[in-house]
Ligand binder design. Structure first.
Ligand code: MG
Length: 368
C-alpha cells in the first residue's frame, strides 16, 4: 500500500463533567485524530489519547504528537514498513502514538477488505457489548453516590468508582449500599496505595466488590502479589501492563487474576490481542479499558471488546457520558449495551461539521 496523505486533526471536546482520579483531573479533552489516505483513496482513522498532563504513563499529548509527526509517520511514508504489523511488533516506545498510527492502518486494511475491524481483533458476529461506567472523585461523598445512582438509572450494570487513601471505606460502603446488589461495583486506585496499605485494603472483602484495580504503583508487582494472596476481592492490573512481557510477569508472579487491556496503553491492537490470548490461556479474566476516547478510539475499543477472552464488562460508556458533542455519530446506550459498528473498518468517521468547525485544527504532515 502506498500512502498519499497523512493529517493530524485536533478537535477540542467539551466534557459533560470533569473526571477526577487519584492521579489528576480531566476537565477538558482534545481529541487527536490521525487520518491516513491510501493511494486508492481509502481513508483510515486512528486516535491518540495521550493526555495533556501525561499523568497516566508520562506520555504527554505534545510528546506523543511530535513522535507521530517526526518519527512514526516519516517511517511509514519512506516505505520502511511492510504493513501495520511492523509498527506493532516494534518495542512500543510511545504506545499511544503507536496505537493511533497502527489503528489507522488497520482501519484502511479492513475497509479495503470490506470487513469490520471486529473480524480482525474480535468476533464480527457480536453485535452489542454490555458496558460499564466510571464515577470520578468528588469532594463530597453524596456527589459520588449521586453520580453512581445516576449511572445506574442510565442503564449501566457495572459501576467503577475511583478510590485513594482516605477516600475509600466510606466511598465503597456508601455506593455499595446505594446501588442495587445486581449492579457490579469495581474500584480503581490508579496506583495510589503502597505496601503498608495491604492490611487496610482487606476492607474491600466486606462490600461485595467485583475487583480492585491497580492499587499499587505500576512497577510494584510484589505488593499486588501479596494483596492477591491476602484478600478474596480479585486484583486487576491496568498501568502495570504495558507489554505482553509485563502481562507474562504479572501472571507468573500471581500478581492479579484480572487484566484491564487498553489498546492505547499497550501500543496497538496486535499487542492487545496477544495479551487477551495470554489471559485466556492462563485463566485470567480480561476486559477492555477506556481512556476518554472520542468515537474514533471508542469504535476500535468496542471491536476489541468482542474478543472471546474478554470475560468482564468494559469501561466503554456512551458518548453522552463524556462529551457534549462527540466527533462521530454518538454511541448510544441501549439496555446497558453499546452497538458494535458493522461497517467496514472502524465503521465510523468524524462528522463533516466537526472537521469543518473553526476550532478544529488540521495539520497535513505528509502529502505525496
Ligand atoms: Mg484504571
Amino acid at each position: 500500500m502506498r500512502i498519499d496523505r497523512v493529517r493530524i486533526i485536533t478537535v477540542p471536546l467539551q466534557l459533560v463533567s470533569p473526571l477526577r482520579t487519584s492521579q489528576g483531573d480531566h476537565s477538558t479533552r482534545t481529541a487527536t485524530l490521525v487520518e491516513i489516505t491510501a493511494d486508492d483513496g481509502t481513508v483510515g482513522w486512528g486516535e491518540n489519547v495521550a493526555p495533556e498532563g501525561g499523568f497516566y504513563t508520562g506520555e504527554t499529548a505534545d510528546l506523543s504528537r511530535a513522535f507521530m509527526r517526526d518519527v512514526l509517520i516519516p517511517g511509514l511514508v519512506n516505505d520502511s514498513f511492510e504493513d501495520d504489523e511492523d509498527l506493532d511488533d516494534e518495542e512500543a516506545s510511545m504506545p499511544m502514538a503507536d496505537h493511533a498510527v497502527s489503528s489507522a492502518l488497520a482501519d484502511i486494511e479492513m475497509r479495503q477488505r470490506g470487513l469490520p475491524l471486529a473480524a480482525a481483533v474480535g468476533r464480527p458476529d457480536v453485535r452489542t457489548v454490555r458496558v460499564g461506567a466510571v464515577v470520578g472523585m468528588h469532594d463530597v461523598l453524596d456527589d459520588v453516590v449521586a453520580e453512581a445512582m445516576q449511572r445506574v438509572a442510565d442503564g449501566y450494570t457495572r459501576i467503577k468508582v475511583k478510590i485513594a487513601p482516605g477516600r475509600d471505606v466510606d466511598v465503597v460502603a456508601a455506593v455499595r449500599s446505594a446501588i442495587p446488589a445486581s449492579v457490579d461495583l469495581h474500584v480503581d486506585a490508579n496506583g495510589a496505595y503502597d505496601a503498608s496499605d495491604i492490611r487496610h485494603l482487606a476492607f474491600l472483602d466486606a462490600h461485595n466488590v467485583g475487583l480492585v484495580e491497580q492499587p499499587f504503583a505500576h512497577n510494584d508487582l510484589a505488593s499486588h502479589t501479596r494483596l492477591s494472596k491476602s484478600i478474596v476481592t480479585p486484583v486487576c492490573l491496568d498501568e502495570s501492563v504495558e507489554t505482553v512481557l509485563d502481562a507474562m510477569d504479572a501472571i507468573a508472579t500471581a500478581a492479579c487474576s484480572v487484566i484491564n487491556v487498553k489498546p492505547s496503553r499497550v501500543g496497538g491492537f496486535h499487542q492487545a490481542v496477544a495479551i487477551l490470548r495470554l489471559c485466556a490461556e492462563n485463566g485470567i479474566d480480561a476486559w477492555i479499558g477506556g481512556m476518554l476516547e472520542s468515537g474514533i478510539g471508542r469504535a476500535g475499543c468496542l471491536a476489541l471488546a468482542t474478543h472471546p477472552a474478554c470475560t468482564m464488562t468494559p469501561d466503554l460508556s456512551a458518548s453522552s457520558r463524556y462529551f457534549v458533542r462527540d466527533v462521530t455519530e454518538p454511541f448510544v446506550l441501549v439496555d446497558g449495551c453499546l452497538t458494535v459498528p458493522t461497517g467496514p473498518g472502524l465503521g465510523v468517521e468524524p462528522l463533516p461539521e466537526v472537521l469543518e468547525d473553526p476550532a478544529t485544527a488540521i495539520e497535513t504532515v505528509f502529502e505525496r
